[in-house]
Design a protein around this ligand. Structure first.
Ligand SMILES: Nc1ncnc2c1ncn2[C@@H]1O[C@H](COP(=O)(O)OP(=O)(O)O)[C@@H](O)[C@H]1O
Ligand SMILES: [Mg+2]
Length: 143
């Protein structure tokens, strides 16, 4: 499924479609260059889940956990792999527990850096910059 958005707001508004596209999965793996709009999409997802705290790209933290009370989810786990050099860095801070917990919605930026941890589990979302305000957003089931 491919979408094109022409504003930040339009990208945030794709969140319900992505959540619907999850089916039985609970992991959203995002790829795309710096400034593509991954965090914008995470913010849209947080809003749908009723998370009030501001979701930012974790700067020094690799993983942020927010409590949620929405449908089947009790936690939103926001992971940013930009700074990691090895998937073990996320293993060491407990990511596998969340990947094995279907009540945790795990949303991962720069997910291809931890592809080995995600195999078969995630809905993959690739964002690319088409021009200044236009983004191409592609959802894929399995990678
Ligand atoms: N259609 C769009 N969708 C998402 N972001 C957009 C769009 N057009 C412009 N932008 C801008 O692109 C940037 C995306 O930033 P961010 O979400 O932090 O990127 P990433 O997390 O992928 O590095 C923001 O400055 C946002 O305002
Ligand atoms: Mg980001």
């Amino acid at each position: 499924m491919i979408y094109r958005t022409s504003s930040t707001r339009a990208t945030e508004k794709l969140a319900p479609k992505i959540l619907h596209g999850l089916g039985a999965k609970h992991v959203i793996a995002m790829d795309g260059n710096l400034g593509a709009g991954k965090t914008v999409l995470v913010k849209g997802i947080a809003r749908v889940l009723g998370v009030r705290e501001v979701v930012q790209s974790p700067t020094f933290i690799l993983m942020n956990v927010f409590p949620v009370h929405r449908e089947r989810f009790t936690q939103l786990v926001h992971v940013d792999c930009y700074r990691i050099t090895h998937p073990d860095e996320l293993v060491n801070i407990g990511l596998p527990d969340y990947l094995n917990d279907p009540s945790a919605l795990v949303v991962i930026e720069w997910a291809s850096r931890i592809r080995t941890l995600l195999r078969g589990k995630a809905l993959w979302v690739t964002i690319s910059v088409a021009d200044h305000d236009t983004r191409r957003i592609d959802f894929k089931g399995v990678l």
